[in-house]
Write a protein that binds this ligand. Structure first.
Ligand code: ADP
Ligand code: MG
Length: 627
């Protein structure tokens, strides 16, 4: 609850709406206690007094009644009727929706067709018809407004209930022998209440307006009793000569409806579970940068050089150091592997390069990313956008998730090109065919018309690669592109990437957790653990003589065909959570070579030639390790 209120308060507009609405409601509640004139006492001698007159702060109406007093009592009535109608409509509508959605079948059909019939009538006409049948009066107006809103709630809640009624936890409740009534009350209802509240918060304002509309037409509150609608209705004839009589209730309706809608939108956003973690803000276009020191001096290594990169996630009071000082470089035409367990910071490193880490909560707090010497951290968004896809392109793990399900793959490839240069229809199609052919999709002329769901996983990933190639980038960053694929397809994709690299002179940064893949594809490899590089060197050298115990353990996890009987070792334990990194070596708790000095302080990355290791007691000392 507290978290919900805090989330709500972060939305300034909703907060403002909430404050105004609370003030209005509070005033309406204390109205009987205030020293106000009697709202219904007429005094024709004092007709149409202007606002700020003696004894009538807001003036008087055509019968000389005190407008302030009538406004307060009218607001009280309008609010009460509006809220009552909303609660009535929500209760009945939700009950109908839950029963129809839960039981389904014929009950659903009969009930919902009835609701549809109600919905087929124009809204206001139906309300008018109901009031005409019941007779004018505020209570009947309330019933009419509630009745016309029931279908809205019933439809909404039925949709949600249908989804929930087929969930496993409802089946489990049934298996446990719970009665239908119990299941509805304890399993279904708690899950639909947030939806009911959201629907109510966004419709109350509308219902207050409708009630006011009926009163305005003389079908709601009857004289001398006033609600905001009837005040407006009575003031109609004096609109030109004495506008204040209309403006006073009109303004109040505006204030109430505006504040309810602002608050309602805020409630909806805050209650929507999808928005909860990311708060109410959309991620920024580029990752936030707050570097305390100056950028490190360029070393001139490689086409892309990452120097001492720090990327953190600031969530509430926690700081997650996902990337804690990573340095890497990749040359033109080279393939660099980044390997490590899940959660070791590989993806965050890769995304930081083009400022793609979501902010909030992501912040780049230090280091530099140099592309051909230019530091990209803190570069203007326009510059980054210009480079994304054109200089540095990404391939992600799950092509099913990265391709748009409703567009043909050819159009998506063309769109990737269009992001950077205008291209005509025919030229675009020709280019798409050429790209699909380049990634060895058979019959590219036909396949460009396929939707993503019509392709196999391997074919979809080829489309992903084709899109990455669309603007002839110099560097492709592939984040576990084959993890979702089976082994044979993985082998095809790897050989495709390798060919592309050789034929186009691409630099590839290949992220994986599989040493087998690294061995096939990568020239050099960097091993990451808990947000830092713990070992780096030529692939062959590292495979030959791993130095860091973690690297050695990772390699022992790879099965070898025909390698005879060998125990496959899982690494015991888990990586440390990155918001509570231990002092010293982060791997110490899982390491069989650990000694007391491992936990004493920061462990530097030792370099000998092209090899580097961050370990005090390496498996093979660098001086003896292969280069
Ligand atoms: P991987 O090496 O598997 O690609 P990631 O780079 O995705 O790992 O994640 C590195 C660390 O960053 C993980 O420990 C993860 O918990 C943390 N992390 C990633 N995204 C967020 C986030 N939005 N908020 C907090 N922590 C995050
Ligand atoms: Mg990842």
């Amino acid at each position: 609850m507290i978290a919900f209120l805090r989330l709500l308060a972060r939305n300034r507009l909703a907060l403002g709406g909430g404050i105004v609405l609370s003030a209005v409601v509070a005033l309406a509640i204390v109205t009987p206690l205030l020293p106000l004139a009697d709202p219904d006492v007429t005094n024709t001698a004092d007709r149409f007094l202007r606002p700020f007159s003696d004894g009538a702060p807001l003036g008087t109406d055509h019968l000389g009644r005190d407008l302030l007093s009538r406004l307060m009592w009218g607001t009280r009535l309008s609010l009460a009727v509006g809220f009552a109608a909303a609660i009535l409509a929500a209760t009945i509508g939700a009950a109908i929706g839950i029963v129809a959605g839960y039981y389904g079948g014929r009950i659903d059909n009969v009930v919902m067709r009835g609701v549809d019939m109600l919905m087929a009538f124009p809204y206001i006409l139906l309300a008018l018809a109901i009031v005409a049948a019941l007779g004018p009066g505020l209570f009947n107006a309330l019933i009419a407004v509630a009745a016309v809103n029931v279908p809205f709630f019933a439809r909404n809640i039925r949709g949600i209930t249908v989804g929930i009624a087929n969930k496993e936890f409802v089946d489990a409740a049934r298996l446990a022998g719970l009665s239908n009534a119990r299941i509805i009350l304890t399993e279904i209802l708690p899950n639909v209440v947030p939806v009911i509240v959201i629907a109510m918060s966004t419709t109350i304002g509308w219902m207050i307006l409708e009630t006011a509309g009926l009163s305005f037409l003389g079908l709601g509150s009857q004289p001398p009793q006033a609600d905001l609608g009837s005040m407006l209705g009575e003031a109609r004839s004096a609109l030109i000569t004495n506008p204040h009589t209309s403006i006073v209730p009109g303004l109040m309706i505006l204030i109430i409806v505006m504040s309810i809608n602002l608050l309602g939108d805020g409630v909806r956003d805050a209650l929507d579970p999808r928005l909860k973690s990311g708060a109410l803000s959309r991620p920024m276009a580029a990752t936030m940068v707050s570097r305390s020191g100056p950028a490190p001096a360029p070393q001139g290594r490689g086409l892309l050089e990452v120097q001492d990169l720090h990327t953190e996630f600031h969530v509430k009071h926690r700081t997650y150091r996902a990337v804690g000082g990573v340095s890497l470089h990749v040359e033109t035409g080279e393939c660099l592997g980044i390997i490590g367990e899940s959660g070791s910071g590989k993806s965050v490193t890769a995304l930081s390069i083009m400022g793609l880490v979501a902010s909030p909560p992501g912040v780049i707090t230090g280091g530099a990313v140099r592309y051909a010497g230019e530091d990209l951290i803190g570069a203007p968004y326009r510059r980054l956008r210009d480079m994304r896809g054109r200089n540095v392109a990404y391939i992600f793990q799950d092509p099913q998730a990265t391709l748009h399900p409703l567009y043909r793959v050819g159009d998506q490839v063309v769109e990737a090109i269009r992001a950077h240069r205008p291209i005509g229809r025919n030229e675009g199609r020709a280019k798409a065919v050429e790209l699909l052919a380049a990634v060895r999709i058979p019959n590219p002329e036909q396949r460009i018309h396929d939707f993503p769901h019509e392709m196999s996983g391997g074919m979809r990933q080829r489309v992903g690669i084709a899109m990455a190639l669309a603007n002839d980038p110099d560097i492709i960053i592939a984040d576990e592109p084959t993890t979702a694929l089976d082994v044979t397809v993985q082998a095809q994709i790897l050989s495709l990437l390798d060919d592309l690299r050789r034929s186009r002179g691409l630099a590839i940064v290949f992220i994986t957790h599989d040493f087998g893949v690294v061995a096939q594809l990568c020239d050099r490899v960097a091993v990451m653990y808990a947000g830092r590089v713990v070992e780096e060197g030529a692939t062959a050298a590292i495979l030959d003589t791993p130095a860091h115990p973690y690297t050695a353990r990772l390699m022992a996890c790879v099965p070898e065909l025909g390698g005879g009987k060998r125990r496959l070792e899982a690494i015991p334990g888990l990586p440390p959570p990155v918001d509570r990194l231990p002092e010293g070596c982060a791997f110490a708790d899982r390491c069989d070579r650990v000694r007391p000095d491992c936990r004493a302080g920061d462990i530097p990355l030792d370099r000998v030639g092209a090899r580097a290791v961050r370990c005090l007691h390496p498996v093979t000392p660098l001086s003896e390790a292969a280069e």
